[in-house]
Design a protein around this ligand. Structure first.
Ligand code: CTP
Length: 286
């Protein structure tokens, strides 16, 4: 692993003894520090909510659930799964699935990758730009069927849709409201305030770190998987794609990161791992 560590740019990754151990797969050494976790959790920030009040029309109102599907929901261990290529070959699927509640990002596929990422999803973010990126804007019947099949696999899960920042496609509204609990939120502003207090002041927080924040209000303990925004495997030094679901041959590209500063986020999450606040998996699961 010394070899792997040489790949890490010390300017943004703290090369501490703890990371070294984690990279060598001795993650069992990680010890949860409940006190530190409680001190950092997101609870206190609900106080800011009154600052963000929006007017909505009846049409949108009819799509909103009467009560938030996560109101008063508490879980013991939660898994937050980012989409990094580091998950490929990790065999973390069973460990992830053993969590009491599983957060995923951006409607990421699981079926063909279940050994590494698990099958269960309790909440996934759904940015309508996914339709453009992966489903040809639902233009043809085949695009719609394809999308619908993938949506159906998530039945019962909560979809997190940023409704005030994007226009939602009408067809999607129809499909999802018949099947799912939905959270519509424009919570990015709010969460920015929270991370600012931890000296993370970014242009735009990534979906992954937003999910961590949400999890910290709902869960007693959080385990993170698939957070590694770099193009090489820290254990072997081999090249990695950006996403675990990228087709073979697709090279790591920072184009996905243009709107974010993932290395800074990683640095913070890694620091929190060292403090026992959250467990960050960077190696194979046993
Ligand atoms: N992620 C990561 N390292 C990667 C890829 C993803 O740490 N190599 C984390 C990031 O927190 C990211 C989340 O996993 O937000 C989900 O990944 P992805 O769907 O690829 O998100 P992006 O499209 O990069 O960005 P956005 O945050 O805007 O959704």
């Amino acid at each position: 692993s010394q070899f792997a560590l040489n790949f890490l740019d010390p300017s943004f990754i703290p090369l501490t003894h703890a990371l070294n151990e984690e990279l060598q797969g001795k993650s069992s050494k990680w010890k949860f520090n409940r006190t530190a976790f409680y001190q950092q959790r997101y609870y206190d920030y609900v106080g800011y909510l009154h600052k963000y009040v929006f007017s909505i029309n009846n049409n949108l109102k009819s799509l909103l659930p009467d009560a938030s599907p996560i109101q008063n929901k508490h879980y013991n261990v939660c898994a937050v799964v980012g989409n990094s290529g580091i998950l490929t070959g990790s065999h973390c699927g069973p460990e992830i699935d053993s969590a009491d509640f599983i957060f995923r990002c951006n409607f990421a596929p699981t079926e063909s990758y279940y050994k590494d990422v698990g099958r269960k999803t309790n909440l996934t973010t759904f940015n309508p730009s996914i339709l453009e990126r992966y489903y040809n804007n639902l233009l043809t019947i085949q695009d719609r069927n394809n999308f619908f099949l993938n949506l159906k696999k998530l039945e019962g899960a909560i979809l997190w849709i940023p409704v005030f920042t994007y226009h939602i496609h009408k067809t999607v509204n129809l499909l999802i409201t018949t099947l799912y609990h939905i959270i519509f939120l424009n919570s990015r502003n709010l969460l920015h305030l929270y991370w600012k207090t931890k000296n993370l002041s970014l242009k735009r927080l990534s979906t992954g770190i937003l999910m961590y924040t949400l999890a910290s209000a709902m869960c007693e303990e959080i385990h993170l998987y698939g957070f590694w925004p770099f193009g090489w495997d820290p254990n072997t030094g081999k090249e990695l794609p950006y996403h675990y679901y990228d087709k073979k041959g697709i090279k790591f590209t920072t184009k996905w990161q243009e709107t974010h500063e993932l290395p800074s986020e990683f640095k913070l999450l890694y620091k929190m791992h060292g403090e026992g606040v959250t467990k960050l998996s960077l190696s194979h699961c046993s």
